[in-house]
Ligand binder design. Structure first.
Ligand code: NA7
Length: 540
């Protein structure tokens, strides 16, 4: 303790989600460093602390939505269902925190308000909303890529007498039973909220701007034998995940859509529909759905046919049927389209009939209809990836802020390092892998850990990525993205969802296997793409 308000530590971890907790474990328990984690939330869990809305579930299958760094942890964790729901994930994360005795090193309800780097001493000074300042050599930011909530402006919102809530800041005690509920948005989150709320709400109105493609999730309970088998396959599962592209625990298809007959295509789609899973449907069926427009249309056509079979009311069916590319983050559901057959569920097409304003009673649409509501749910997404970074002032070498550094677009090298911000290591920073996220997070935390170990064992104090390498990574990510159909669809993956945000490439779409090869090469060669304060050759 330097003063009552300043703590000197080796490292500060910002964020207590999957990334922050693994980082803290690594630094404290594996390296014996003096490290602390802070989080603005009232509990650990990151995403899974905030997103307590009805129906919240990870659509990565449970057997790969866990840490893999500790076999015993994996074996001890229950595996009861194909997918894990929010309360189970939160309890898993809490279990990890207790198991590795990390809780006393996590300061909750403590948000980072700013950070600045002193080049002379090689120290980050991090201020918090608690008035506490941390002086550290390493700043590890696991701020959450889907955590800065996006709340669209609607006139009259302050006059609404009901409850307004964003899915990403869900109050634990909000009960929607019997209520008149409006939901704006139908991304992965809106899809889950609508499906889970329809059976309990008095009436549910979905305010839908762009219909999306969704396939069944196929959630089910796992038998004791299945659970045992998954646990026995620990080594082969993770070997496969790390050497795959999307890291979801299945082998991506190598079969082009039009290399097989129309009947075979139908059979493959039908089988994937029955098995369930959005990423499986997009990547396990055929190899070219995300890259070839005709192949994409074949899949889209299949899903549209299913929607036509499920949804009874012709007007609702029309409004629920997407016509654009199937190239956003793939969705899956537990009866989303079926929910619209319920008498207590209605859909308002707000592209044709936009929301005009909120009154004390509810939403008024352009046609003059008043949609009376008790609760209005904003399932309107997030200022993804860089949102939480540019909401605070982080100043690097020469006082340049991250916001200035990213004025054209958020960039980084490997999603981890950004030039001018030495020893600041991001978890899921811009242009990180677009995959099942836990294995991507582990790959990054492991790189960060190894990097810190090397720096600690050398005379150097800090490493800073070369600007030209950062530019090169952006170029690589752009080239890969442009070879896919994803940039052609408006979504948060490219920052299209925030008014005023300049669309840019935000992810590395080259797959986890290729990503891991890049990061491991960087370590093996001793940081060829970084400069250091002492220009020592390290780690070779
Ligand atoms: P998304 O995928 O960004 O979806 C946001 C939804 O909200 C989407 O349907 C939007 O419609 C809608 N939206 C956003 N702004 C508005 C306004 N101003 N008016 C009407 N409708 C609006 O967020 P999610 O939370 O569902 O998912 C984000 C990721 O979190 C998800 O992919 C998972 O990985 C976890 P639009 O399509 O833009 O017309």
């Amino acid at each position: 303790v330097v003063s009552a308000e300043t703590y000197k530590l080796d490292a500060l971890v910002v964020g207590a989600g999957f990334g922050g907790i693994y980082s803290l474990h690594k630094l404290r328990n594996e390296f014996g460093m003096n490290a602390v984690a802070i989080d603005r939330a009232g509990g650990v869990g990151g995403t899974w602390y905030w997103n307590k809305y009805p129906g919240a579930l990870s659509d990565s299958e449970a057997f790969v939505y866990q840490y893999s760094f500790d076999r015993d942890l994996y074996t001890d964790a229950p595996l009861r269902n194909k997918y894990v729901r929010q309360p189970e994930i939160l309890s898993y994360i809490n279990g990890v925190v207790d198991r590795f005795e990390l809780r006393e090193h996590i300061r909750l309800e403590t948000g980072m308000t700013g950070a600045s780097f002193d080049e002379r001493t090689g120290t980050w000074s991090v201020s918090t909303d608690r008035g506490i300042t941390y002086e550290v050599r390493y700043l590890i930011t696991g701020l959450g890529l889907l955590s800065a909530t996006h709340m669209p402006q609607i006139d009259g919102i302050e006059s609404f007498k009901g409850t307004v809530v964003h899915t990403g800041a869900w109050p634990e005690d909000l009960d929607l039973t019997g209520k008149r509920v409006g939901v704006i948005g139908n991304g992965s989150t809106g899809n889950q909220v609508i499906t889970a709320t329809a059976p309990i709400a008095g009436h549910l109105t979905s305010f839908m701007r762009t219909p999306q493609y969704s396939v069944p999730a196929g959630n089910r309970s796992l038998s004791a034998d299945e659970e045992k088998a998954y646990k026995e396959k620990f080594d082969s599962t993770w070997e496969q995940v790390r050497n795959s592209s999307v890291a979801f625990g299945f082998t991506e298809s190598a079969v082009p859509t039009f290399s097989v007959s129309a009947e075979e295509r139908e059979r493959v789609f039908e089988e994937a529909w029955t098995e369930g899973g959005g990423f499986r449907f997009m990547f396990e069926t055929f190899s070219d759905m995300a890259t070839d427009a005709d192949a994409n249309e074949e899949a889209a056509r299949f899903i549209r046919k299913k929607i036509a079979e499920i949804v009874k009311d012709p007007e609702t069916r029309k409004n629920l049927t997407p016509t654009d590319l199937y190239a956003r983050r793939p969705q899956c559901d537990s009866g989303f389209y079926e929910a619209f057959n319920r008498p207590n569920v209605s859909l308002v097409n707000i592209k044709e009939n936009p929301i005009s304003r909120l009154t004390e009673d509810g939403i008024v649409t352009a046609d003059g209809t008043v949609h009376e509501l008790d609760v209005l749910v904003f399932a309107t997404g997030f200022d993804a990836v860089d949102g939480n970074y540019v909401r605070v002032d982080i100043a690097g070498r020469g006082g340049e802020t991250l916001k200035q550094h990213w004025k054209d677009a958020p960039t980084s090298y490997m999603g981890i390092a950004t030039s001018g911000f030495p020893n600041m290591f991001m978890i899921l920073g811009p242009n990180s892998p677009f995959t099942n996220l836990v294995p991507a997070i582990e790959s990054q935390v492991e790189w960060i850990g190894e990097a810190i170990k090397i720096i600690e064992g050398s005379d150097t104090q800090w490493i800073d990525v070369k600007p030209e390498q950062e530019a090169k990574w952006t170029e690589t990510c752009t080239e890969i993205a442009n070879a896919t159909l994803f940039p052609k669809a408006d979504s948060w993956i490219f920052g299209h969802n925030i008014p005023g945000k300049k669309p840019s490439v935000l992810f590395y779409l080259g797959g986890l296997k290729n990503y891991r090869a890049v990061v491991s090469e960087e370590l093996k060669l001793g940081f060829p793409n970084f400069t250091t304060d002492s220009q020592l050759s390290v780690g070779v």
